[in-house]
Design a protein around this ligand. Structure first.
Ligand code: FEO
Length: 408
């Protein structure tokens, strides 16, 4: 479904009017059906949304988060009906959520900005909002709206160091900004049982949250005492049945990796591709599940999703100027940066006359805490000896994967 960016069309279609998620609590913001890249790095095959939430208490009114600056017009049109705003809560300074804040301050000159202490100088740096407009709130601090009370929960690194969550006690609504979000453009306000959102949420976890999984474990524990009816993230649908997303996060951060090998590869003249084909068959024959990704063509998000569950990565690269192919340089760098639960790693590939592609690939994965297996490289086309070495690698991987949960 494509929505004309013209504001009159928004109003006519009614899709982007504020929508109530509970009495007195409304979704606002924008659904970005056409965005296909985030941070010029992360593919968005299903678009995204920038959710803000208007909370009207008996005495005070607050807006939680805003919208990406490219979509400010939609949010400001929704706010036409809101005469007065007491608080603007900035849970996270990244511009896709805070970028419309300067317009909010312009429209409501007396609004007070609420943020974590770490966010306060960042808001000044990134948005040009003077610090004297901002009230910093401590972890556990509360803010009254009259009949309702916000409790602020500091949750650093989901996904910047300054992030916090906001819990509306009486209504049991937890506002989480990036955490528990999904890059998904849909006209469905709620995720329900999660069936139409789970894949997008897992992709989002893999791309955005996985590097911080050890901290997320702590955040999930911290949230356990809270009675939560609704989770309202700032990307994707609202979780009106939040148990599925809480359980999914629990699995993603806590579960042991599975019987799954991922093979990021590329091939220039076919030698490395022959090795990859042989290794896939050898692993499959030994009961090991495999996903291979041609890194010059693949959607990096699909690769990241498989890294959530994989036990082993095998980089497969031809040699270019004595090192790995640039697409494998990217794969190695990203794999290390995403900090998956991988336990084992290897490099295979080919060269024309000489090279150090294996050593250089391993160097690029410097922070990856995995046991490296012996590299296998062939000069030119793989020989029978090369195939025997790949069979031995498959034996070693299968032995290490014994007893792991299925990776299918
Ligand atoms: Fe959706 Fe970290 O911004």
């Amino acid at each position: 479904m494509r929505i004309d960016p013209d504001l009159d069309s928004y109003a006519e279609e009614g899709v982007l009017k504020a929508r109530e998620i509970k009495s007195g609590i409304s979704w606002m913001g924008s659904i970005d059906w056409e965005r296909r890249m985030f941070d010029e790095l992360i593919p968005l095959p299903d678009g995204t949304s920038y959710n803000a939430y208007l909370v009207r208490g008996s005495e005070k009114t607050a807006l939680i988060d805003t919208a990406d600056p490219a979509k400010s017009a939609a949010l400001m049109a929704q706010l036409d009906e809101v005469d007065h705003l007491d608080y603007l809560i900035i849970q996270h300074v990244e511009q896709d959520h805070s970028g419309s804040a300067p317009l909010i301050l312009e429209k409501y000159p007396n609004v007070q900005v609420i943020s974590s202490p770490k966010a306060k100088p960042m808001i000044a740096d990134h948005l040009g909002i003077p610090e004297d407009r901002i009230r910093a709130v401590e972890d556990g601090e509360t803010l009254s709206l009259g009949n309702w009370t916000f409790e602020f929960i500091h949750a650093p690194w989901v996904h910047w160091p300054e992030t916090m969550l906001t819990y509306l006690r009486e209504e049991k609504v937890l506002f989480t900004c990036d955490l528990f979000g999904s890059h998904l453009a849909t006209d469905k306000l709620f995720s329900g049982d999660g069936s139409h959102v789970c894949e997008s949420a897992k992709r989002y976890y893999a791309e955005i949250m996985m590097p911080f999984s050890s901290l997320i474990k702590g955040h999930l524990t911290k949230l356990e005492p809270f009675d939560i009816d609704v989770i309202a993230p700032s990307h994707g649908p609202v979780h009106d049945e939040p148990s599925w997303i809480l359980e999914a996060y629990h699995h993603w951060v806590h579960d042991e990796p599975k019987n799954l090998v991922v093979i990021p590869y590329t091939s220039m003249h076919g030698s490395t591709a022959l090795m990859v084909d042989h290794l896939i068959e050898a692993l499959s024959d030994r009961g090991v599940h495999v996903h291979s990704f041609h890194m010059s063509k693949t959607d990096l998000g699909e690769y990241a999703i498989q890294l959530v569950d994989a036990s082993t990565v095998v980089f497969a690269t031809p040699t270019v100027l004595v090192g790995p192919h640039p697409s494998i340089v990217l794969a190695a760098y990203l794999t290390a940066a995403l900090r998956p639960k991988l336990k084992y790693a290897a490099v295979i590939g080919s060269y024309g006359w000489a090279g150090k592609a294996a050593e250089k690939t391993m160097d690029l994965c410097g922070t990856l805490k995995a046991e490296w297996m012996e590299p296998i490289f062939t000069k030119g086309l793989p020989s029978q000896e090369t195939y025997k070495e790949l069979d031995k690698l498959a034996d070693e991987i299968a032995a290490r994967h014994k007893g792991l949960q299925s990776g299918e």
